[in-house]
Design a protein around this ligand. Sequence first.
Ligand code: PLP
Length: 369
Amino acid sequence: MKTFADLANEWVSRLQVYEPGLPIEELARELGLRDVRRIIKLASNENPLGPSPAAVRAMRRAAAQMHRYPDGGAFYLVRALARKLSVTPNQVIVGCGSNEILELIGHVFLDAGSSAVMADHAFVVYRMVTEMFRARPIVVPMRNFTHDLEAMRRAIAADTRVVFIGNPNNPTGTMVTPAELDRFVGAVPEHVVTVLDEAYVELVPPGLRPEALRYVREGRKVLVLRTFSKTYGLAGVRLGYGVAPGEAIALLQRVRQPFNTTAMAQAAALAALTDAAHVRRTRRVVRDGLRCLEAGCRRLGLEFVPSVANFMLIKVGDGRRVFEALCRRGVIVRPMDGYGLPEYVRVTVGTPRENRRFLAALAEVLDTA
Ligand SMILES: *Cc1c(COP(=O)(O)O)cnc(C)c1O
């Protein structure tokens, strides 16, 4: 008798499985808690303030039209994004989260005869996508928890098609300087597409923010990825986008499913784009929250990696054990062994109350070590 595994493509069983943040409902069941509000989730870099109220209103209004297929090309959203980013609509593609755009990049640029360059502690999806398309990952060590662009450039091989750069990177919360990025983009060979994943860019102080879209306007082989999941608080609706020269976007469009983003998501994103006040509030809560977490770590004598995003790596000893002990206290963070950082946990900035509860639980857990 043949099993499903016998019938599957042989490389599929070797793929690494993504470990998502533990859902609140699942932990509540495990702990036998009826009231999910007693659990705080600081595991997936979500927005502690929730979605923009304007987006919630737009989704309520859109609900009555859900018998219709969405506009597959997301006409209005693409135009609104293009206007906001000072690019043209043919330079924008939307997807089911920027994770889908990463997969479209794999479809277009990677295959069994190619390779992709990424950092050892970069967002794991880069490696997963590379392996999903049977390309060879070339993994380059970070320096001081930051992408080492010079080493990454040197690691580019003749068969390399893509370089992935998370900026700011998840889970390290670090970013490269605009000057380093300029140097890299200026020196990268012709046969390589540079993917700049800017999932957290709206949270970065303007002075530190590289002008990645300028590379697109200049027609460089650069693809910029952004998302509504983090700063805009819409992780649940799944909407991300890519910005690149028109020729690259046209290729990505060929491998996109006709209805890859939902009408609900398009309505939410369009409204969220106009809600500058929500973005400002989010920035403030994240900045103050980072200060609170940093101060808490110093009090506990813990090392941490200073972050420019809405999460922070904290060195706790046995990360998996601390993660489990925090779960028992109703606090979900992310263990980092899957990222080659077994001594760390990653905590997302929460509301002031959530941050305090996390620090109190962490103090208890470390005390009982
Ligand atoms: C969260 C995240 C994404 C994308 O998430 P989507 O929800 O799929 O848009 C992409 N890159 C990094 C580095 C992230 O942390």
